[in-house]
Ligand binder design. Sequence first.
Ligand SMILES: Nc1ncnc2c1ncn2[C@@H]1O[C@H](COP(=O)(O)OP(=O)(O)OP(=O)(O)O)[C@@H](O)[C@H]1O
Ligand SMILES: [Mg+2]
Length: 228
Amino acid sequence: MSSETGEDRTLRVKDVRKAWPRADGGRRVVLDAVSFELEAGGTLCVVGGSGSGKTTLLHILSGITAPDAGSVSLGREDLTAMSESGRDRFRARHIGYMFQTFNLVGMLSAVENVALPLVFGGASPSAAKHRAGVLLERLSMSDRADQRPAALSVGEQQRVALARAVVADPWLILADEPTASLDPRNAADALALLESEATRTGASLVIVTHDPAVRGRYARHLVIGDGS
Ligand SMILES: Nc1ncnc2c1ncn2[C@@H]1O[C@H](COP(=O)(O)OP(=O)(O)OP(=O)(O)O)[C@@H](O)[C@H]1O
Ligand SMILES: [Mg+2]
């Protein structure tokens, strides 16, 4: 399916395989021939036990980790065929990643962290901070916007990470346990923001979750475990 502008933005995952080395010298197969397609604007919920490979899959979808075999493409762009620098540029422009461990920049305030992808994309720092501030306001974070991550609670850091993942209108939003540290009201606000930003920009959304309430919100699930 195409986006409003006619660009093909379908996420196509074909026969992706990944094994990690084990301490005993063997290899543990984490992803064994994972294939799916997600049309522009669609949402896929990824579920599976701890250690089943959910974060590994998101890393592969974003090009941070290379699969052992198989391919990942977004629209006409094949991430698995790009050079490393080409993949880094593509990720910065088109993929918003909300990390399970947040990966916020400790030296920057919350609003500066959220503004970062816009500044990388060439926006003026003041315009970028304004847009970042609007998103933080929608997550009830206005009064925390000037604090550095170390002064924020884990749930507040999680909301900063979410805002940073959506701020630059990515084609694909990858969210790893986006509500894990949030109370039910903030969790609902966070999911509503993810969904509304995805709808506004026509982005596809891949959400990893352990939470049955999150899982129940979405019709399409990918269950991973035992390498399958
Ligand atoms: N860089 C790595 N080197 C070796 N093994 C790894 C590496 N990254 C992940 N693994 C292993 O791969 C398996 C899957 O890890 P992954 O982080 O993808 O799980 P997960 O489903 O996200 O788990 P959780 O729900 O706890 O976040 C685990 O057994 C983990 O130890
Ligand atoms: Mg994980």
